[in-house]
Design a protein around this ligand. Structure first.
Ligand code: MN3
Length: 207
């Protein structure tokens, strides 16, 4: 059974950066629907007992010959990506990371500001719906990338890298407040990133 992450904050807690109606619709409608659909499709495919990360990392093998593979990809990505996203948002977010993650960001991208520019460019430049990512391989090497639709780096690299921070750039993530101004949403999003959670994700990715 795949379950939505429980939010550690209220729908209105991320105001004014992310508005309450967007949060409620995004979590209670979009994410809930992806999760419900995944449970149904994965059960039909007989792979509902496996972690979604394992299914993505072994995508071809796990879904070979399955008629609903594309549905599992779309809804499984929707389920996993939003658990990551809602998990590292917080009313106490913002600022910059500290410790190992800060050191690695500085040595990889030059500075936090350079990293922010690079992932913002990836988010703005993702044509149509998708995601921008900060991801790590199991040795702690960081990279910035973007994916279309609900794809993610696990699926794209057969499990070699794991996203530790995701920015949803589907219009449903920002349109009610920011309309067509995706760059303004991305700028605001940095005010709600909980870097302690991203750092914990970074540690967990180095397995
Ligand atoms: Mn979304």
């Amino acid at each position: 059974m795949f379950k939505q992450i429980e939010l550690a904050y209220g729908f209105d807690a991320l105001e004014p950066h992310i508005d309450a109606l967007t949060m409620e619709t995004h979590y209670s409608k979009h994410h809930a629907t992806y999760t419900n659909n995944l449970n149904k499709l994965a059960q039909e495919a007989g792979i509902n007992d496996k972690p979604i990360e394992v299914i993505f990392a072994n995508w071809k093998k796990e879904t070979e010959g399955k008629a609903n593979a594309q549905g599992i990809r779309n809804n499984g990505g929707g389920y996993y990506n939003h658990n990551l996203y809602f998990g590292h948002m917080s009313p106490k977010g913002g600022g910059e990371p500290t410790g190992d993650l800060a050191d690695k960001i500085n040595s990889t991208f030059g500075s936090f500001a350079d990293f922010q520019q690079q992932i913002s460019n990836a988010a703005v430049g993702q044509f149509g719906s998708g995601w921008a990512w900060l991801a790590s391989d199991n040795s702690g090497t960081l990279s910035v990338s973007s994916s279309p639709n609900q794809d993610n780096p696990i699926l794209e690299t057969e499990g070699k890298i794991t996203p530790i921070l995701g920015i949803d750039v589907w219009e449903h993530a920002y349109y009610l407040k920011y309309k067509n101004l995706r760059p303004d949403y991305i700028k605001a999003f940095f005010n709600v990133i909980d870097w302690n959670i991203v750092a914990a994700n970074y540690s967990a990715a180095q397995k």
